[in-house]
Design a protein around this ligand. Structure first.
Ligand code: EPU
Length: 339
């Protein structure tokens, strides 16, 4: 555990925002966790690799940086069971598995961020989400100073959602995840761009295709600072979808289990005329309107104003509310809405 004052978070957030914390606590070993139980009155934020975080102000709260490392692989008759420490990099894990002939994570290639952040957001792409491969999540509870193993059902996964954003928010910290990957592999090819792959289809082929698709659409945060999709895809009633498609023709949509319809926020933003829109040093990406970017000198406040503007334009044109997917962090800790 190594506090330091004041500590720059610029290398620790993919928007490359120049902000500071007075207290940066690194968790490198399990023994470091015990000291976190003393944080109860202090605003804090648990940071993975900062690839889904918008620091709104130049001052950030206390930061807990999860850096536990390690991967173990066990086998049952029909599956590989992996325990992966929260501080591992997600994409490196995908590559590690493929190299070992363990399939099932290939659709989730190139998602930025850490393994510990994956269950919080229930990361997902190209027809697969974290919940599909999760067996359990190991969590250190600050109040009871105990390790809990939460089953997949207990994690209450939803679209970019889990219990870690609600009941368990700031009550503890994810230390590792346990993944179960069946030895009999079923390729997931439902998503546009994978459904037309020509046999023979291997996990490696899917991996390469996903990497190619992501690289073509999504800006590399090392070149143009961004945090992936800024907004979630909104879910509307079937009736509202029907009204929109009557008015606008072909509207990209994804029917949900409960009868509602998920719309593509990127499409809505593009149709609102904002693809490639720029306000000073920040803007809407020119290839993927769901991604907001910092071209260099942008601030958290500028990004937040841009996001509000995008939200308002989409609301005005389509009467659809889009909400941020990225975590919004003020000096007082996380907030739920832009204002
Ligand atoms: N679209 C547009 N204009 C745009 C962007 C998209 O018309 O500027 C349309 C596309 O043509 C397509 C639809 O919107 O018909 C969906 O686009 P895409 O396949 O690019 O996916 P997305 O809905 O924009 C989601 C995830 C991504 C994930 C991709 C692929 C969310 C919030 N985002 O994006 O996840 O990589 O699907 O599965 O669900 C992330 O969470 O950071 C992320 C990048």
């Amino acid at each position: 555990m190594k506090p330091s004052t004041p500590f720059s978070l610029q290398p620790h957030n993919s928007f490359a925002l120049d902000c500071f914390t007075d207290r940066f606590i690194e968790i490198n070993q399990l023994a470091d966790l015990e000291q976190l139980t003393q944080l109860s009155d202090e605003s804090f934020y648990i940071l993975g690799e900062g690839s889904n975080t918008l620091f709104l102000e130049s001052q950030a709260p206390t930061i807990i940086k999860m850096d536990l490392k390690g991967i173990t692989v066990n086998e049952t008759d029909d599956a590989y069971v992996l325990n992966v420490a929260a501080g591992e990099n997600w994409h490196n894990l995908v590559c590690y598995c493929l190299e070992k002939g363990i399939n099932g994570l290939e659709n989730l290639a190139l998602i930025p961020g850490s393994v510990g952040a994956a269950p919080v957001q229930n990361i997902g792409a190209y027809g697969v989400e974290f919940a599909d491969v999760c067996y359990s999540v190991n969590y250190y509870d600050f109040t009871n100073k105990q390790m809990l193993e939460l089953s997949k059902a207990q994690c209450q996964f939803g679209y970019r959602d889990s219990i870690f954003k609600h009941q368990y928010k700031n009550k503890g910290i994810i230390t590792s995840v346990t993944l179960r990957l069946p030895k009999v592999w079923q390729p997931k090819l439902s998503y546009q761009g994978l459904s037309d792959l020509v046999p023979p289809i291997t996990a490696q082929v899917i991996f390469q295709q996903v990497v190619a698709m992501r690289s073509a659409k999504l800006p590399d945060p090392k070149k143009i600072a961004n945090a992936g999709s800024f907004f979630k895809n909104p879910i509307v009633s079937k009736m509202q979808y029907q009204q929109l498609s009557q008015q606008y023709g072909k509207v990209p949509h994804y029917p949900q289990a409960e009868g509602n319809i998920k719309l593509a926020a990127g499409w809505l933003i593009e149709q609102a005329g904002l693809k490639g829109y720029q306000q000073g040093d920040v803007g809407v990406h020119k290839n993927q309107a769901l991604v907001l970017v910092n071209y260099g000198g942008g601030t958290g406040d500028e990004l937040s104003q841009l996001a509000l503007f995008v939200q308002q334009q989409v609301q005005e044109k389509f009467n659809v509310n889009i909400v941020p997917e990225v975590r919004l962090i003020s000096h007082n800790g996380e907030i739920d809405f832009l204002s």
